[in-house]
Structure formats: structure tokens, C-alpha cells
Write a protein that binds this ligand. Structure first.
Ligand code: NFS
Ligand code: SF4
Length: 650
């Protein structure tokens, strides 16, 4: 606990009452949170936010000002901002891809019979992937194929003469453009290393060349590292199908042992999900006066176990400290990414045990119990037992669980969308394409990314999604953005009745889907790329991703991973609206390249727009412009697209 009482943030920090209530409680208990530290950082450094501070060598640090337009080495604002941006992209790509590597290694261990309780859960997805990458499947068992696939995927990380084979998932025209622009990555690790090299003092000094290099590395994320993470997770843990669950801090149970999984890698959480149903452990819990074991998640580990097991979500990024502040969490189990170092301070004020489980992510004040795949189940049981043993230490006087908890439906993988649209006999995207072509659905919007204390938490996500569905745009989501909209009740089919425009509502009702589809964690943005690719393959909406009436947005983003995602969307020809700018505004040239000129190069570009309603206007404008170009905005008779008419057309 701090000795000086933190300054309480003025007014509400979020549109979510559960967040506001807990921030208030934190203030009374004098436990500092992210909002207090945000205040303490004010004013934030302008050189940093403009991207013109360089400390890439030790002649510096240098910063660009009106009286010093060059760094000591002679680097100008263009070079400095571009290099700083590229280092962010490299870190984001590294984070997603290293996560993918951990999963590919797990697949390998399963294939070798050393994967403990892990197994191949979706043999069909395994075989489809093997077939796609020319790995022999005929007459072979799952494990044999899995071993070859794991080797193949692990091979995608190192440098090679050839572009990454996983790029072949993309539409052909897009692949050809990447080749022409010379931005095909040739190995994921190699792409990251190349960026670090190019941005070292005294190497690449052409901002345009630098930015194109950034796109190349970003492609190694969306179409390689993240795609591998998603694919292998589906193979090992099952491809998500629609599943109902609940979200927000109210999912924590007053009478049960609450365990929170937080971070990004799904492996340990999978085992905890299994072990939380273990009869012996449940009896142990009863023996300690608890009615059961309640496993809930935060951030993307939560999204992973939600998608596959329907486990409840306690909150998104900015609710991690608040979950502990409820006083009702016996254990928080963290792995990698988006885990605030402050958690170690918050748990000191409560009985919560903070357990760190990744070999690469330690916190000196957390307990380190490194997870080992081969002993996964036993490991999970040990953790749950320790959490149960901690239950009697809960101070009932200090328990404050907000009542907010909302229902949601998640699990919209591409396979699910195929299945739901096409029905039992004919899995297809056709009905979606038809609805877009005849204008009942104007287009698709991806709303993704983090939460950020700089803005009213969750507000932009929810307002943007509401505006878009009102205007008949189907919304796809991942990450903390999806959790934000889920808390606001947008992820249930009934939301279509209340909030969607007339024609989108008709489609949602006919198919039985919400107007906002939860496609998973942030690495599952690869599912969004695939959904866009599937739309193209289905036909009638152009030949390249940049032809599609599709737009992306990250209204409250904060992480370097979000920077990488934004760049692979733009490199894939998509229009991306960010709620606040990248750290590049110190260079007019870099800003113009990213926000204007890029459209003539990749077909995609960035836009900054803090106001969610104006962002919706801009996204819709983009979508309508694409519809015009496709020639599908001419007024048509609806009957043209009934089954009979389609048969006649054929
Ligand atoms: Ni994505 Fe998921 Fe959330 Fe942002 Fe962090 S949890 S990987 S980075 S904060 S959306
Ligand atoms: Fe300064 Fe150049 Fe060194 Fe950057 S690389 S710190 S601009 S001298």
C-alpha cells in the first residue's frame, strides 16, 4: 500500500458501472490503480508521443525540436519516427509469433507422446491443414501427421530463400502484390531480426523503405505467427463452436473458490479448465467451506477458454487490478503479455496468490511456478488445490463483487460461420456474400484491440459497434474489444432485435447469430483475415482483399501487438481506423504515407479518429465506396436473389 493516498481520478473512468464501482473502492482502500498512475504521468512527454525521441545509440539520446532538426548522427524526424515505429512492429510480431511457437512446440510434444494430457482434439482441422501444406495424410495416423505439421510450422520461423508458406492462405492477387512490393516475409524470426537490424544506428534511412519493411514484418504476424497460433490451438484444443457464457466482474462467486487465468497462452488454462471439474478437488473445496471452484478469465487467455469451454470472463485488460480488489479472488494465474507489473502490489493488500507460470515472464514479487506441458494436468491440480487452501484466508468483510454480469455468445470461427450459414448439408459463405451483394448487410467491420486509460473505458468500442450495426454492418471482434461489447450486451442474438438496422436484423434472425461476432483472442485476428479471404473465394465481391466492403478499427488500443495488427491489416489492403494516433506525428511525411499515400500502394491505409460516431461514418463511407466500385450499389429487386433466381442465373 502506498503511504500517500493516490489522487482519485475525476469522475467515472468507464461506461461500465462495474469498473467505476471498483475504482471507487480502490480509492477508499488507498490501493493505487492504473488510473492513478496515469494521472501521475501527466503531462505525458510530447517527444515520445510524436515519435521524435531517439535513443538508438549512445551519442544520444536525441530529440527533434525546431532548433535541432537532426539527431547527432544526422537522422531527421522521418527516419527517427519510422525507426521507432518499426521497433514497435517488431515487438508486436515477436509477441504473437512466440506464442505461436509455444503452441507448435506443444503440438510437436504431443506428436512425440510427451504432451501429457494434451491431445489432438480436432483431427479434421489437422488433416485439412496438412493437406493444404502438402503434408501426406493418406494412411497415416493423427500423431504422425501432427509431427510433420509441427516440424513444418516450426520451420516457418527461421530464415529461408522462399517466402513464408503460410502466406499462401491469402488470395492470389494479394500474394502477387506482396511479391511485387517485395514485402513477402521469409521466415518469422528472420523478419523480426531484419527490422531490428534495419533500425540499428546507421542502417536504413529512407522512411518509405523503412515503412515498407515494417509491413513486411507485420505480414509475418497476421499471415504466419498468429495464423499458426490459431491453427494449432484449434487442432489441440478444438475449433470453437457457438457457446454461451457470462462476462464482467459479477461472474466471480461469493461462495466459491475464484481462480483467474490471465494472459495469452491457452495451454495451462486448458488444463485448469479440465482440472476444475475434478471430483476430488471439488470435494477438497467443500471441505474448506466453498461451494465449488469457479474459473474465470481476463484478457486473451480468457477469450481462448471462453471460445472452447464457455468459461466466464471476469473482464478485459483494465479490469485485472479490479478483479483482485473484489477481495474474492483466491489465485490469479498469469502467463505472458498484458499482465501489469502492478498486480504484485495489489495482491499485497489482499489474500490473493499471484502465480506466474511462463519461463520467460517472471515477477520478483509473484510466486514462480513454471508450467510444463508434459505434466500439465498434475500442475493444474496443484494450483487449484493451493487456491482452495487459500479460501479460508478470504476476509469476508472486504469482499465487494459488483453485480454486473452479462450473457454472451462466442465461438465464431470461420468453420462455425460456414456451418451456421450453410446449414447441415452445405457449408458455405454464400448466404453472407448474397446478403452483402444485395445490400441487406452493407459490409463487415472488425473492431479489435485493447482498452486504454486515456479514454473512457469501453465507450468507443461499444459506441462504434452500436453505430455500425444500426447501419447494417456486421461486426467481427476479438480481444479486449470483444469483451467490452460483450459487457454491453451486444454479443447475444437478441441484440440484433434491439440495436441492429432492419436488414441486418433480418439476416441475424434468420441465421440465429448476434450482430456482433466474437471470433476469439488477438492472435485470432488471423480468423478475420481468413473470413475476408473466404468472402472473396465465395465470389461476387471482387478479386482482392482491398476490393471488399470491409473496414477495421482499434478504438482504444494500447499495445505494440495492436501496432503489428494494424500494419498487417493495412498491408492486406484494409482500411484501419485507430482511436488515437501512432507515435509518428512528429513526421508529416511518415503520417502522410501511412494515412494517405498507402492506399495507392497496398490499397489499405490508416486513419486516426477519436470520436466513435465519426469513426463509424468514415468506415461506412469506405464500405460504400467499395460497394460502388464493385457495382453492387445499383438498386435491385430483392427477388433477384431468391433460390429460383439464382438457379436461373446459373
Ligand atoms: Ni490484444 Fe489480448 Fe487485450 Fe490488447 Fe492485451 S489482452 S492480445 S493486446 S490488452 S486486446
Ligand atoms: Fe541520436 Fe542518431 Fe544515435 Fe538516434 S541514432 S540517438 S538520432 S545519434
Amino acid at each position: 500500500m502506498s503511504t500517500t493516498p493516490p489522487k482519485a481520478p475525476a469522475g467515472d473512468v468507464s461506461r461500465d458501472p462495474a469498473i467505476n464501482q471498483m475504482v471507487h473502492i480502490a480509492g477508499s482502500a488507498q490501493v493505487p490503480t492504473v488510473w492513478d498512475r496515469y494521472q501521475a504521468q501527466h503531462p505525458q512527454c510530447r517527444f515520445g508521443s510524436d515519435g521524435v525521441c531517439c535513443r538508438l545509440c549512445h551519442m544520444g539520446p536525441c530529440r527533434i525540436t525546431p532548433k535541432a532538426r537532426l539527431g547527432i548522427c544526422g537522422a531527421d524526424a522521418d527516419t527517427i519516427t519510422a525507426r521507432n515505429l518499426l521497433r514497435e512492429i517488431a515487438a508486436g510480431v515477436a509477441a504473437h509469433s512466440d506464442h505461436g511457437r509455444v503452441l507448435a512446440r506443444t503440438l510437436k510434444r504431443v506428436a512425440q507422446g510427451q504432451g501429457g494430457e494434451f491431445k489432438i482434439s480436432d483431427g479434421r482441422r489437422l488433416r485439412e491443414a496438412a493437406h493444404f501444406f502438402h503434408i501426406r495424410t493418406g494412411g497415416r495416423g493423427d500423431l504422425e501427421i501432427a509431427g510433420d505439421l509441427a516440424d513444418f510450422l516450426l520451420g516457418q520461423f527461421s530464415w529461408s530463400e522462399e517466402p513464408n508458406a503460410t502466406l499462401r492462405i491469402a488470395p492470389e492477387k494479394r500474394q502477387a502484390l506482396w511479391k511485387k512490393l517485395e514485402i513477402e516475409p521469409k521466415g518469422i524470426d528472420a523478419a523480426v531480426v531484419e527490422l531490428l537490424h534495419r533500425t540499428h544506428m546507421g542502417v536504413d534511412h529512407d522512411y518509405r523503405h523503412l515503412i515498407m519493411g515494417g509491413l513486411k514484418c507485420a505480414l509475418a504476424d497476421g499471415w504466419a505467427g498468429s495464423a499458426i497460433a490459431t491453427l494449432v490451438s484449434d487442432i489441440l484444443f478444438g475449433t470453437p463452436r457457438p457457446v454461451r457464457s457470462r462476462v464482467n466482474l459479477g461472474v466471480l462467486a461469493e461462495d466459491k473458490v475464484n481462480i483467474i487465468v490471465h494472459g495469452h497462452e491457452p495451454t495451462l488454462a486448458e488444463m485448469l479448465a479440465l482440472a476444475s471439474r475434478d471430483e476430488e478437488l471439488l470435494a477438497h473445496a467443500r471441505g474448506h467451506g466453498a461451494a465449488g471452484v469457479n474459473l474465470a478469465g481476463i484478457c486473451c487467455t480468457a477469450n481462448e477458454v471462453l471460445m472452447r469451454h464457455g468459461l466466464p470472463i471476469a473482464g478485459n485488460f483494465l479490469q485485472q487490478e479490479l478483479a483482485i480488489l473484489t477481495g474474492a479472488v483466491e489465485m490469479m494465474v498469469v502467463d505472458v503479455q498484458c499482465v501489469m507489473p502492478s498486480l504484485a502490489q495489489v495482491v499485497k493488500c489482499f489474500h490473493t496468490r499471484l502465480v506466474s507460470t511462463s519461463e520467460i515472464a517472471h515477477n520478483r514479487e509473484a510466486e514462480q511456478i513454471t508450467f510444463d506441458v508434459g505434466n500439465g494436468y498434475a500442475h493444474a491440480c496443484r494450483l487449484i488445490r493451493a487456491a482452495i487452501d487459500n479460501f479460508p484466508r478470504r476476509d469476508r468483510q472486504r469482499v465487494h463483487i459488483p453485480c454486473e454480469s452479462m450473457e454472451l455468445v462466442a465461438g465464431f470461427s470461420n468453420e462455425t460461420i460456414y456451418h451456421m450459414l450453410g446449414g447441415r448439408y452445405r457449408s458455405t459463405f454464400r448466404p453472407l456474400n448474397d446478403a452483402i451483394i444485395d445490400g441487406r448487410i452493407r459490409g463487415l467491420a472488425a473492431i479489435v484491440g485493447c482498452s486504454n486509460p486515456k479514454v473512457m473505458v469501453d465507450n468507443s468500442h461499444v459506441r462504434l459497434a452500436e453505430e455500425l450495426i444500426k447501419r447494417n454492418v456486421l461486426v467481427l471482434q476479438t480481444g479486449c474489444a470483444a469483451i467490452a461489447c460483450a459487457k454491453a450486451g451486444l454479443l447475444v442474438p437478441e441484440a440484433a432485435l434491439e440495436k441492429a438496422g432492419d436488414t441486418l436484423r433480418e439476416v441475424c434472425e434468420a441465421v440465429g447469430i448476434p450482430p456482433v461476432l466474437h471470433m476469439g483472442s488477438c492472435v485470432d485476428n488471423s480468423r478475420i483475415l481468413l473470413a475476408a479471404t473466404n468472402l472473396l473465394h465465395e465470389g461476387g465481391l471482387g478479386e482482392d482483399l482491398s476490393d471488399l466492403p470491409v473496414a477495421g478499427a482499434a478504438p482504444e488500443w494500447m499495445s505494440e501487438k495492436a501496432v503489428a495488427i494494424g500494419h498487417y491489416f493495412v498491408a492486406s489492403g484494409l482500411y484501419v481506423v485507430l482511436g488515437h494516433p501512432l507515435y509518428v506525428e512528429g513526421s508529416d511525411n511518415v503520417t502522410r504515407l501511412l494515412c494517405r499515400e498507402m492506399e495507392g500502394i497496398t490499397g489499405g491505409r490508416f486513419e486516426w479518429e477519436p470520436d466513435p460516431v465519426i469513426a463509424a461514418d468514415k468506415m461506412l463511407e469506405h464500405i460504400e465506396r467499395k460497394r460502388d466500385a464493385l457495382g453492387i450499389n445499383v438498386k435491385r429487386e430483392r427477388k433477384l436473389f431468391d433460390m429460383k433466381a439464382r438457379r436461373e442465373l446459373q
